[in-house]
Write a protein that binds this ligand. Structure first.
Ligand SMILES: Nc1nc2c(c(=O)[nH]1)N[C@H]1C(S)=C(S)[C@@H](COP(=O)(O)OP(=O)(O)OC[C@H]3O[C@@H](n4cnc5c(N)ncnc54)[C@H](O)[C@@H]3O)O[C@H]1N2
Ligand code: MOO
Length: 372
C-alpha cells in the first residue's frame, strides 16, 4: 500500500486538468446542446440582422414631417407608411416615428413630438456574416444557443461527454429509513451523479460495494467507463480498500492526496489500459469539496472545455488560514464563512453560495458551486 504525499491544491488541480484529453465530438440539434461543450466555432451564416427593420411600432417615414400616408413602400421624400417592430423597412425610409409620437389626420401623418433617434435596426448591427460568435471550448448556455440560432446554425458539433461509473463504498451506509447507531444515511447516491452531470460528464452506472478489497478491485477493473468516481475507503484502516485496490491494479497516482482541509485523502489515479479514478473521501463535505476541486477541471479536460481562472480575493480578516494546507471554506455571497463546516457535515455547504480557497499564503480564490 502506498503512503501518499499530499500535493498542494493548485498543483493537484493542474494535474487533474492535464490528466485527460478530449474524447472526440458528435453533432446534436440546437435543443439538445444545452450544457455541452462546443467543439467547432459557430460563425454567423448571415449578417445579423440581415435586413433593415423597425425598432418600434409606428410609421416608416422619408424626410422631415408631416408626411403623406401610403400603404407600403417604397417611400418617396415626404411619404410615410405604417410599420410594426421588426418589420422590413421599405426602400426610401430614413426613420421610424413611434406610434405615440404622431397621429393620423386624414391621409396625413402629423408629428406630435420630435423623435430623438431613427428607431431603425440597421443590417449587420450585431454581426457580419462569417464573424465567429461562439468559440470552440465554450460550455453552451441558453444565451449561446439563442445566438447560434440567430447565426442560422441547426446542428452543433459538441464534445463527447466522459462516461462515469460511481462506486460508493461503506458497509455502514444505508439508503432509506432511520439508521441504527453505527450506520449513516447515504449522502452521495442522490447527489454525486447529478453533480457530475452538472460538470459536463455522463454518469453511466452506480455501484454500491461493502468494505471489501476484492469487490473494490472488481468494481474498478470492470467499470468500462472513461472515469470512475469512488467515495469512502481512501484512508488506511482495515476497512479502507480504495488505495489497496488501485495498488493491486498497478495504478499510477497523478494526485496521491490533496494538501487541503477538508478533502485531504482525495486522490486521482490512472489504471493502466483502464479508466482514470477520482477517489473521494467518505466524509460528505470532504467528498463534495474534493469533487469540486478536481472533478470540474478533470471533466473539462475530457471535453476540451476552457477553464476560466478563479477570481482572486483578499483573505477576509475573519477567515483563518491553515499553516500547511489550503482551506476550502464554504461561504455566503459576502464571503462570510458559514457555520457547520466539519468534514462530516452538510449543513454549512447547503447554506453556502461558493467555496473560498484559502492557501497558507497569498490571496484566496473563489470556487463557484455548480448549483448556486
Ligand atoms: N488515523 C486517521 N484517521 C483518519 C484520517 C487520518 O489522516 N488518519 N483522515 C480523516 C479524514 S481527513 C477523512 S476525510 C476520512 C477519510 O475517510 P475514508 O475516505 O476512508 O472514508 P470512510 O472511512 O469510508 O468514511 C469516512 C466517514 O464518511 C462516512 N461515509 C462514507 N460513505 C458515506 C455515504 N455514502 N454517505 C454518508 N457518509 C458516508 C463514513 O460513515 C465515515 O463516517 O478519514 C479520517 N480518518
Ligand atoms: O480530509 Mo477529511 O476531509 O478533513 O474529513
Amino acid at each position: 500500500m502506498s503512503h501518499p504525499d499530499r500535493l498542494a491544491w493548485p498543483e493537484a488541480r493542474r494535474r487533474a486538468a492535464a490528466a485527460a484529453s478530449p474524447l472526440g465530438s458528435e453533432e446534436v440539434a440546437l435543443d439538445q446542446a444545452l450544457g455541452r461543450v462546443l467543439r467547432r466555432d459557430v460563425a454567423a451564416g448571415i449578417d445579423i440582422p440581415h435586413y433593415a427593420s423597425a425598432a418600434m411600432d409606428g410609421w416608416a417615414v422619408a424626410g422631415p414631417g408631416d408626411w403623406q400616408l401610403r400603404d407600403g413602400g417604397p417611400l418617396r421624400h415626404g411619404e410615410a407608411t405604417p410599420i410594426v417592430t421588426g418589420g422590413l423597412l421599405p426602400a426610401g425610409a430614413d426613420a421610424v416615428v413611434r406610434s405615440e409620437n404622431g397621429h393620423v389626420d386624414g391621409d396625413r401623418l402629423v408629428l406630435d413630438r420630435p423623435e430623438s433617434r431613427d428607431h431603425i435596426r440597421p443590417p449587420a448591427e450585431e454581426a457580419r456574416s462569417g464573424e465567429v460568435l461562439v468559440s470552440a471550448g465554450t460550455r453552451l448556455s441558453p444565451a449561446h444557443l439563442a445566438l447560434a440560432a440567430a447565426a442560422t446554425a441547426d446542428r452543433l458539433e459538441v464534445a463527447r461527454q466522459p462516461t462515469v461509473t460511481t462506486v460508493f463504498t461503506g458497509d455502514e451506509v444505508v439508503l432509506a429509513g432511520i439508521p441504527a447507531a453505527g450506520q449513516v444515511r447515504d449522502s452521495f447516491g442522490a447527489t454525486i451523479p447529478t453533480i457530475l452531470r452538472m460538470l459536463g460528464a455522463s454518469p453511466a452506472r452506480s455501484l454500491r460495494i461493502g468494505d471489501d478489497r476484492e469487490a473494490t478491485v472488481q468494481a474498478l477493473r470492470d467499470a468500462g467507463t472513461d472515469l470512475v468516481v469512488t467515495t469512502g475507503g481512501t484512508g488506511g484502516s482495515h476497512a479502507d480498500h480504495v488505495r489497496r485496490a488501485l495498488d493491486d491494479l498497478g495504478a499510477d497516482y497523478l494526485v496521491p492526496g490533496l494538501a487541503s482541509r477538508p478533502g485531504g485523502p482525495t486522490l486521482l489515479a490512472r489504471i493502466p489500459n483502464g479508466p482514470l479514478v477520482l477517489g473521494l473521501a467518505g466524509n460528505p463535505l470532504a467528498a463534495m469539496l474534493g469533487l469540486l476541486s478536481l472533478g470540474d477541471v478533470l471533466i473539462a479536460g475530457f471535453t476540451g472545455r476552457a477553464v476560466a481562472p478563479l477570481v482572486k480575493v483578499p483573505v477576509p480578516a475573519s477567515v483563518k488560514r491553515h499553516p500547511e494546507a489550503t482551506r476550502l471554506v464554504p461561504v455566503r455571497a459576502g464571503l462570510d464563512e458559514v457555520e457547520w463546516t466539519g468534514a462530516a457535515m452538510m449543513r454549512g455547504l447547503a447554506a453556502a453560495t461558493g467555496v473560498l480557497v484559502v492557501p497558507p499564503v497569498g490571496d484566496a480564490e473563489v470556487l463557484p458551486l455548480p448549483w448556486a
